[in-house]
Write a protein that binds this ligand. Structure first.
Ligand SMILES: Cc1cc2nc3c(=O)[nH]c(=O)nc-3n(C[C@H](O)[C@H](O)[C@H](O)COP(=O)(O)OP(=O)(O)OC[C@H]3O[C@@H](n4cnc5c(N)ncnc54)[C@H](O)[C@@H]3O)c2cc1C
Length: 262
């Protein structure tokens, strides 16, 4: 069980659920969470809401699972009234980490495994880190994000340069993605990724509600926009009313100086 394999993990979780019959069963909507939960839900014969952005409990104890649907044009609120457990995967980082509370305790229960549970038709051979791709925006502490104001694919290079200097990542608004300036995996927002880095820097992004939905829980937000009325300034901790093409080179110079003296 050292390395994730969907088949044995599914068999084990299915056995644990059959034994303990939980009301609610939740995982992160990560690659592993998605691969595992879809299989477990199918085996158990219960419903699964994937990639939730919100969770709640109604008066009857039903888990209300919220997620964008139809390309983000509606927010669906889904419940599983007739089957248990109620299963959901939740988009990473949509909830803030709970503060550590050492007064809380839990019981560790040892669950006996059988040989059959551990068999798998798929074998783990090796784990190879993808060194070629840039840092994933869901994991980065700092995100440099560009919108329509970036004006084209070539100008995203300057954001990648900034990001590479401090192991940050590059995000984008949907407009930048729809224009084909940067791949969809970089899109932040309701129909993109939800991020909550230590610092989110928005360059030439107006701050539409669909974009804010994916980044407004960031710890610290810096916005650079020519328009002093841009809504992004309402959520920004620091707002710079300026041309991003002047600000980015200055920021790069400052970062270079800092890193040289560090
Ligand atoms: C169903 C649906 C789902 C959506 N999902 C998403 C989503 O997931 N993510 C998302 O981002 N959007 C999403 N959108 C789109 C969203 O509503 C906005 O249209 C989009 O976020 C706007 O992108 P933008 O801020 O880059 O562009 P704009 O709103 O056009 O803003 C560009 C900004 O750049 C500024 N600017 C221009 N030049 C410069 C310069 N040289 N220096 C500084 N500032 C400059 C302008 O003042 C302006 O504020 C969705 C829309 C729909 C209908």
């Amino acid at each position: 069980l050292e390395h994730f394999l969907a088949e044995p993990y599914t068999k084990i979780l299915t056995a644990i659920i059959s034994e303990y019959k939980p009301e609610v069963f939740i995982a992160g909507s990560t690659t592993m969470g998605r691969a595992l939960f879809s299989r477990v839900a199918a085996k158990i014969g219960t419903g699964l809401t994937a990639d939730c952005t919100g969770l709640d409990i109604d008066g009857e104890g039903n888990l209300i699972q919220t997620r964008p649907a139809f390309g983000g044009s509606v927010m669906a609120r889904i419940k599983t009234p007739n089957h248990r457990p109620q299963m959901a995967t939740v988009r990473p980082r949509v909830f803030k980490k709970a503060p550590e509370d050492r007064s809380r305790t839990g019981e560790v229960i040892k669950f006996p495994l059988t040989e059959d549970m551990l068999t798998s038709r798929v074998k783990f051979i090796d784990y190879i880190v993808d060194e070629t791709s840039h840092v994933n925006i869901e994991e980065a502490d700092v995100i440099f994000s560009g919108g329509r104001g970036i004006k084209g694919p070539d100008n995203f290079k300057m954001l990648f340069e900034l990001a590479d200097m401090i192991k940050g990542a590059v995000g984008a608004s949907r407009v930048a993605v729809d224009e084909g300036w940067i791949p969809y995996s970089h899109q932040v927002g309701q129909t993109g990724k939800t991020v909550a880095p230590k610092m989110y820097l928005a360059f030439g992004i107006s701050g539409a509600i669909k974009h804010l939905a994916g980044m407004q829980t960031s710890d610290f937000i810096v916005a650079v926009n020519k328009d002093p009325e841009a809504p992004i300034f309402k959520v920004a901790d620091i707002g710079i009313v300026a041309d991003l093409f002047e600000v980015v080179p200055l920021l790069k110079k400052k970062l270079e100086e800092k890193l040289k003296n560090a």
